[in-house]
Design a protein around this ligand. Sequence first.
Ligand code: PMP
Length: 282
Amino acid sequence: DTVFLNGDYVAKANAKISVLDRGFLFADGVYEVIPVYRGKPFRVKEHLNRLFDSLRQINLSSPYSESQWLEIITRVIVKNLNVHGDNQSIYLQVTRGIDSDRQHTVSGPLPATVLVMASKLTTGESTLKGEKATLLEDIRWLHCDIKSIALLANTLLVNQAKANGFDEAILHRQQWLTEGASSNVFLVNNGQVLTPPKSQYILGGITRDLIIELCQASGLEVCQRRVHIKELLDADEVWICSSTREISPIIAIDDKIIGSGRIGATTRRMAAALQAFKSELL
Ligand code: PMP
């Protein structure tokens, strides 16, 4: 199990960072998760563009160019083929680096700490399974468009959901749907596909973008607008999506059954379109 850490390829168990790393002390950094199918990183340019955007928003310059990132990612994939197989999930993290002491104010530009590691990806081949979500208040900050490593609210929310027997926390701000704790949310109502627009309240998911493209390609317009939680609970179909979950049907939210309580036709159609899109690239 090999990871890339600050220019070196080392065994995961031997990869160590300083206690003075600002990522460790302040969660001062950003990340990406890139799915890998049959050894190829999926939508990697889109993921790197989002990384560059997150870095820009926290005033960090990218330690590597796009082609350098691609080379690092490819090498990590190749080095882990025998450990994780050819469907992997690549985790990439950049922090503001190691300062001289623990101080909020950064002492000056520091060399960034860069980690790229792989794990096994298990989605894709299996059949769709209906999942249950719980609706919780979105207690996160107001820059959810930055893929920040500060995930305390997200982890508290999803762990609360899991402890109560749910698969995901779907979040709202004052009754307006934002997204899942680690996913974006779509709903189908009277034949129309809806999802909240990109804003500071949600992460612009790479899977979300792709699903919108795939809907349009199959003649389904996606309406990107504010969604009230009443509409969500009254929807015919709901699904959540992310790079590692792809499309996951939501068949109940708390004690409310969504639609018929079974996986809807549009959900199945878009999940099939996503699998077809993936296999065309392989
Ligand atoms: N929103 C949040 C809060 C997330 O953590 C994720 C997954 N990282 C997503 C949405 C989905 O994004 P993507 O499709 O790029 O994985």
